[in-house]
Ligand binder design. Structure first.
Ligand code: TYD
Length: 214
């Protein structure tokens, strides 16, 4: 997998349901735009029109596990090619609500599908596009579920399922320490935002790979 992509910065946000990803993405977008940066927000499943159609299919909850995985991958392929890569090529900061790690954690650790197969499909779906930085907003399923007013199909799987997903995310983070930053999502929203903004600002100042400012 590669994360060499033009002048843009590719940021993904991961975590179990109720971790506060959408709130943090909205706050980060506002802060970066205030600094005059170009920001593109996208989400998975979703992205372009086809990705959003796949999202509606997925959230209806009718798919068997392998079909579900492949639908997430189809939406991911659309999102990567139609939304993320073009935005990065234009030098935007892309903020993506869920990406490859959600499939490994939910379909792998959660559903029990083969992790190596999921990783292979992630490479195929994205044409090997890795995020520059991934924030894993870590929270206990009990607190996460307590925050949600409407429960999605995944949340209805219950706390045991989400506990496996959480452990799955943490295991991925351990193996990808250079890319994934684990943050405690139980702290106050503004404190978490400050931490995330600090990491992103540091990455924007100097890109250690190219030694150029982004
Ligand atoms: P969504 O309503 O977007 O939840 P959230 O706001 O918490 O992201 O629904 C997306 C659901 O799909 C969520 O429960 C996580 C799940 N999901 C997977 O199981 N695998 C994946 O690859 C992705 C991207 C999401």
């Amino acid at each position: 997998m590669t994360n060499e992509h033009g002048n843009g910065l590719f940021v993904t946000v991961e975590g179990i349901d109720g971790a506060g990803k959408s709130t943090q993405i909205a706050m980060l977008k506002a802060a970066l735009e205030y600094q005059g940066r170009r920001v593109c927000v996208t989400r998975e499943p979703g992205g372009d029109d086809l990705g959003e159609t796949v999202r509606n299919l997925l959230l209806s909850g009718a798919a068997i596990d392998r079909a579900e995985l492949l639908l997430f991958m189809a939406a991911r392929a659309q999102n990567t090619e139609r939304v993320i890569r073009p935005a990065l090529a234009e030098g935007a900061i892309v903020l993506c609500d869920r990406y490859i790690d959600s499939s490994t954690a939910y379909q792998g650790a959660g559903r029990g599908l083969d992790i190596a197969t999921i990783e292979m499909l992630n490479v195929f779906a994205t044409n090997a596009l890795l995020p520059d930085i991934t924030f894993l907003l870590d929270i206990s399923p009990r607190i996460g579920l307590g925050r949600q007013q409407v429960h999605s199909a995944m949340e209805r799987e219950g706390t045991a399922f989400l506990a496996r997903v959480r452990q799955g995310f943490l295991a991925i983070a351990e193996n990808s320490a250079g890319r994934i930053v684990v943050l405690d999502a139980a702290i106050p929203v503004n404190d978490l935002h400050a931490e995330i903004l600090q990491f992103v600002s540091k990455r924007l100042q100097v890109d250690p790979e190219s030694n150029a400012t982004v």
